[in-house]
Ligand binder design. Structure first.
Ligand code: E4P
Length: 218
């Protein structure tokens, strides 16, 4: 399973990269705004800065919603750096844009996926990744993980190569459950990734080892 971090915060990206388990980064317009990154030149520069920090894929989202605008913006983003994956929203124009990019071997991440039908359509159009938002489904009392299961089954039935990028991951158990289902990638906050390392018995056991070592080596 690939681990992506879902942030535009360079310090957090660096911390995750230094852990040695990071495979990529996802961003979105809200995450860029949260970091105060505004204006076209600053936004483009920030994507390049992220690419220079990590080795893997970096999803950069288009802000246009019409086909022509998405194509223009997506081409510009793709030219920025070979690690860039163009993030396109799940709309009918978005599907056409994904097909356009797929025909030209430009990689895409179809975002805002909330149903298996949307994921099927994106795979048919040739999306590199689909991003089902599991946390936001949980927020409205729907089973986000069930959507991952449905997409996994459909993609396996037909051998679609589109990767399931479980998005809107909110906590560590989301990561574990996505891994059990067979999501190809997960993207979440640094805290959810760091949470994988934690167990109280590990802390207790380590404290005991240290104390016993110190007793015998005074
Ligand atoms: C996906 O790529 C999105 O950036 C993200 O996972 C959305 O997560 P949120 O629901 O926590 O905003």
């Amino acid at each position: 399973m690939k681990f992506f971090i879902d942030t535009a915060n360079l310090a957090q990206i660096k911390e995750a990269q230094e852990l040695g388990v990071l495979d990529g980064v996802t961003t979105n317009p809200s995450l860029m705004a949260k970091e105060g990154i505004t204006g076209k030149n600053n936004i483009l520069k920030h994507y390049v800065d992220i690419c220079n920090l990590v080795e893997g894929d970096v999803s950069a989202e288009v802000n246009a919603v019409d086909l022509e605008g998405m194509i223009k913006e997506g081409e510009e983003l793709a030219e920025l750096h070979p690690q860039i994956v163009v993030k396109i929203p799940m709309t009918l124009d978005g599907i056409k844009a994904i097909k356009y990019f797929s025909d030209r071997e430009i990689r895409t991440n179809c975002t805002l996926i909330f149903s298996a039908g949307q994921a099927l359509l994106a795979a048919k159009a040739g999306a590199t990744y689909v991003s089902p938002f599991i946390g936001r489904l949980d927020d409205i009392s729907t089973d986000g993980l069930n959507l991952i299961e449905e997409i996994r089954e459909i993609y396996d039935n037909y051998g679609y190569e589109t990767e399931i990028l479980a998005a809107s991951v909110r906590h560590t158990m989301h990561i574990i459950n996505c891994a059990k289902i067979g999501a190809d990638v997960m993207t979440g906050p640094l805290s959810a990734i760091l949470g994988l390392a934690k167990h109280p018995l590990t802390d207790i056991g380590l404290a005991q080892f240290i104390a016993d070592f110190e007793k015998g080596n005074k």
